[in-house]
Design a protein around this ligand. Structure first.
Ligand code: GLA
Length: 668
C-alpha cells in the first residue's frame, strides 16, 4: 500500500492553489513567489469539475495540463484533487434526483458546492467517470505527488433526507439488523407504540412534532457516515486502477460533528486535516492543540498532514479576527510539534470574487508588501530548518476518551440538562492538562489503553458494555482512570444500562448515583474536603451538575458543601486492583478546582511533567525535538534544556529563553 511520506524530503509547505481564478500571467508570478517562499506542495483542481468536464462526457484538460507542467517546471509538487465536492451546474439540471434535501424537506439549491445527495446513483456514476478520466490522464505526471479526494466530506451535506437516501437507509438497516424485530428491540420501539412492521415503514429522522426515537437518530448518523465513506472508497479505488500514489481526503477534526473519524481513519493512506482558529475563544491555540492531538490519534500516532489552516482571518465566522503578529507561526509550529509533517493553507492567493474573497491567503490582496507575505516567507525558512522532524512520533502518558457516537447521542434533545455538551467537558479537562504541560493522545473507549498511565473520560455518556469492561480491566491492571459525570449512562442503542447510574462504570468507580440534580443556569455549588465544616475557602466550585452519589467501594475526596447534595460526595476515588478510578460529579473549571484536581490525579498516576512553568507556555516533545511555544507577552526561561536550537541556531546549555510570542525548537 502506498503511504507516507508523500514528498522525497522535508515537510510539505504550501496550500490550495486555484489558478483558474486568474489569468495566466499571474500563474507565472505565482510560481516565482512559491519558490521565494519555499513552497513544495500545492493542492490543485479541488473545484474543477465544471471546468474539466464542461459538458457531460466532454473533457477539457488543457488548463490543468498547463498548470501541472508549470508547477513541475518550478519544482513544486501537486496534491491533485478530484473535483467531486462541487458538481457542475449541468449535473444538477440533468439529474434532479441527485439534489440534496434537508430535514425540513427543502430541496437545497445550486450556485454553491456540496449540493448533492451522497447516496445518489447518478452522482456515483458521474463522479466515478470524472475521477477515472482525471486519474488516467495524470497518474504518470511528474508533478503529481499524491491524490486529494473530494473536499471535506460531510461538511455541508452530511445528511440527506431525499427519497433515494431513505431507500439507502432502509437497505442499510436491513443489512445491520436482518429482521425488523431486531431493529425494534434495539430502538426500544414499544415506547409510544412506535413498533415498525417492516423496514419500509422506517423514515429518516426528518423534522417531527416532538422528540424522535434516539435509536433511529443514532443509526441515521451511522448510516450517513457510511454513505460518505462509500463515496470516498469509490473514488479512491478508481484512482488505484491508475496510480499507486498516496490517496487522502481532508478531514475537519474536530469540527465536523457528523463524521466519525475513527471510522474514516482506516480508509486513507495518510490522515489529512483542516483546522481553523475560532476567533471567539480567549485562547484559541488550546483548541488548536486539541485538534492536532486528536488528528494524530486518529492517524494512529503516525505523522499526518495539516492540509488547510489560515494565514489570518477566515470569512465565515461572525467576527473574523486577523492573526496577531507571530500567531500564524505559533499555530503552524504547534501543528508540526503535535505530529504534522506538512503546513498547508487555504489558500495560496486570495480570491477576488466568489464567496471567499475576504478569506486570508498566503498572497493576500495587499500583495507581497505585507506582513502576511513576509511571515509566509519566514515560515518557509522555519519549515526547511525543521525538515529533520519529519516522521518523528509524539508519545503521551495520558489519554482522553473521545467517541463521536457519544458526542451525537449526548446532544440529542431531552437530556437532563441543556448544559450537558460533549465538547464542553472534554475541552475543560484538555485545557487543564495543556496548562499542566501534559501532552495527551485521544482514544476510543475500546482501544488498547495499556500505553497510558492515566485515561480521562470527561464525556462518555454512551459507553458499550465491552468498552466499559476495557476500562475496568485497564484499572485493575494498574491504570488510573478519571471520569466526569453523566458517563457510562447508556449503551450503543442509547438504552440506559440497568441499575443505578452510572451503570456501565458503577463497579470500576465504586459509586452508585441515586438521582441527578442538575443546577440552574449560572448556579454554582461549593466543594470542601470531606468532613470539613469550613466553606469559607472552598476546595472547588462546581457548575451545571450535582447528583446524589453513594459510596460503594470508593472513598470521598471532596464533598458538596452546599446545593442539593450538601454533605454528600462530589469527587471520589476507588482503589481497584493495581490502579485507581476517580469520579467527579460536577463541572469543575480551571482555577475553580479542576487544575488542582487534575494535578492531584496526575501525581497519583505518576505522570511526569515539568514544574514551575507559566501555563501559557506550550511544551511538546516530538521525537528528539522539544518544541517550546510561548503564547504570552513576556519571555520565559525554561530550565533543564540542553541541545541545539533548530530555528535560531543557538546552543542551549541548561536553559532556554523563549521570547514573548516566540517559538524555540531544541534538538536534545
Ligand atoms: C474549508 C474548505 C476550503 C475553504 C476553507 C475556508 O476548509 O476546504 O475550500 O472553503 O474552508 O476557510
Amino acid at each position: 500500500m502506498p503511504g507516507y511520506p508523500v514528498l522525497p524530503e522535508g515537510l510539505a509547505y504550501g496550500g490550495d492553489y486555484n489558478p483558474e481564478q486568474w489569468p495566466e500571467e499571474v500563474w507565472r508570478e505565482d510560481v516565482r513567489l512559491m519558490r521565494e517562499a519555499g513552497v513544495t506542495l500545492v493542492t490543485v483542481g479541488v473545484f474543477n469539475w465544471g471546468l474539466i468536464e464542461p459538458r457531460e462526457g466532454e473533457y477539457d484538460f488543457s488548463r490543468l495540463d498547463r498548470i501541472l507542467d508549470l508547477l513541475h517546471s518550478a519544482g513544486v509538487y501537486a496534491d491533485l484533487a478530484t473535483p467531486t465536492s462541487s458538481p457542475p451546474t449541468w449535473f444538477r439540471r440533468r439529474y434532479p434526483g441527485s439534489r440534496l434535501v434537508d430535514r425540513e424537506g427543502h430541496v437545497l439549491g445550486g450556485g454553491s458546492r456540496h449540493s448533492f445527495c451522497p447516496s445518489s446513483p447518478d452522482y456515483a456514476a458521474a463522479s466515478e467517470r470524472v475521477v477515472a478520466a482525471l486519474a488516467a490522464r495524470y497518474a504518470a505526471h511528474p508533478a503529481v505527488a499524491m491524490w486529494h479526494v473530494h473536499n471535506e466530506y460531510g461538511w455541508a451535506n452530511a445528511h440527506c433526507y431525499c427519497a433515494t437516501s431513505t431507500e439507502a437507509f432502509r437497505a442499510w438497516l436491513r443489512e445491520r439488523y436482518g429482521d425488523v424485530g431486531a431493529l425494534n428491540a434495539a430502538w426500544g420501539t414499544t415506547f409510544w407504540g412506535l413498533t415498525y412492521g417492516s423496514f419500509d415503514e422506517v423514515e429518516p429522522p426528518v423534522a417531527a412534532p416532538v422528540g424522535l426515537l434516539t435509536g433511529l437518530q443514532l443509526d441515521f448518523m451511522r448510516f450517513s457516515v457510511d454513505a460518505h465513506i462509500a463515496c470516498f472508497r469509490r473514488e479512491r479505488d478508481t484512482i488505484r486502477r491508475f496510480s499507486d500514489l498516496p490517496v487522502t481526503t481532508n478531514f475537519m477534526i474536530p469540527n465536523c460533528k457528523p463524521m466519525d473519524y475513527w471510522r474514516w481513519a482506516a480508509e486513507v493512506d495518510v490522515v489529512a486535516n483542516d483546522h481553523y482558529l475560532d476567533s471567539a475563544r480567549a485562547d484559541p491555540h488550546i483548541e488548536l492543540a486539541m485538534a492536532a492531538d486528536l488528528t494524530r490519534s486518529v492517524a494512529g500516532g503516525r505523522p499526518w498532514m495539516l492540509m488547510e489552516h489560515s494565514t489570518g482571518a477566515v470569512n465565515w465566522q461572525p467576527r473574523n479576527l486577523a492573526k496577531r503578529p507571530g500567531e500564524m507561526r505559533r499555530n503552524t509550529l504547534a501543528h508540526v510539534a503535535r505530529g504534522s509533517d506538512s503546513a498547508m493553507f487555504f489558500q495560496w492567493r486570495a480570491s477576488r470574487y466568489g464567496a471567499e474573497k475576504f478569506h486570508s491567503a498566503m498572497v493576500p490582496h495587499a500583495g507581497t508588501d505585507s506582513r502576511i507575505w513576509r511571515d509566509v516567507v519566514a515560515l518557509g525558512a522555519d519549515l526547511r530548518a525543521l525538515a529533520e522532524v519529519r516522521g518523528a512520533r509524539v508519545t503521551a502518558e495520558v489519554a482522553v476518551v473521545w467517541d463521536w457516537e457519544s458526542y451525537w447521542a449526548l446532544e440529542f434533545e431531552w437530556r437532563p440538562s441543556a448544559d450537558l455538551r460533549f465538547r464542553e467537558r472534554i475541552e475543560a479537562y484538555y485545557e487543564a492538562l495543556w496548562r499542566e504541560h501534559v501532552t495527551v493522545d485521544f482514544v476510543h473507549s475500546s482501544a488498547d489503553l495499556s500505553p497510558y498511565r492515566l485515561v480521562v473520560a470527561p464525556s462518555s455518556y454512551l459507553l458499550a458494555e465491552a468498552a466499559a469492561k476495557n476500562l475496568h480491566l485497564y484499572v485493575e491492571a494498574g491504570g488510573h482512570l478519571l471520569v466526569s459525570y453523566f458517563s457510562g449512562i447508556v449503551d450503543e442503542n442509547d438504552t440506559i444500562h440497568p441499575g443505578p447510574y452510572p451503570g456501565a462504570l458503577r463497579d470500576v468507580l465504586g459509586v452508585a448515583v441515586e438521582e441527578f440534580h442538575p443546577l440552574r443556569e449560572h448556579e454554582t455549588v461549593m466543594l470542601r474536603s470531606p468532613g470539613s465544616p469550613e466553606v469559607s475557602q472552598p476546595a472547588a466550585t462546581g457548575r451545571i451538575w450535582s447528583e446524589r452519589v453513594r459510596l460503594a467501594g470508593a472513598e470521598a475526596v471532596r464533598e458538596f458543601a452546599d446545593g442539593p447534595d450538601a454533605g454528600h460526595p462530589a469527587v471520589t476515588r476507588h482503589d481497584l486492583g493495581a490502579g485507581s478510578a476517580w469520579y467527579v460529579s460536577t463541572a469543575l473549571d480551571g482555577e475553580s478546582g479542576l487544575r488542582d484536581l487534575v494535578a492531584e490525579v496526575l501525581d497519583h498516576a505518576g505522570v511526569s511533567r515539568p514544574r514551575g512553568l507559566p501555563d501559557t507556555l506550550e511544551l511538546v516533545r516530538r521525537g528528539d525535538h522539544l518544541f517550546l511555544i510561548n503564547h504570552a507577552d513576556a519571555p520565559v526561561t525554561v530550565d533543564g534544556v540542553t541541545g541545539a536550537g533548530v530555528l535560531d541556531g543557538a546552543a542551549y546549555d541548561g536553559s532556554a529563553t523563549v521570547p514573548a510570542g516566540g517559538v524555540v525548537v531544541v534538538r536534545t
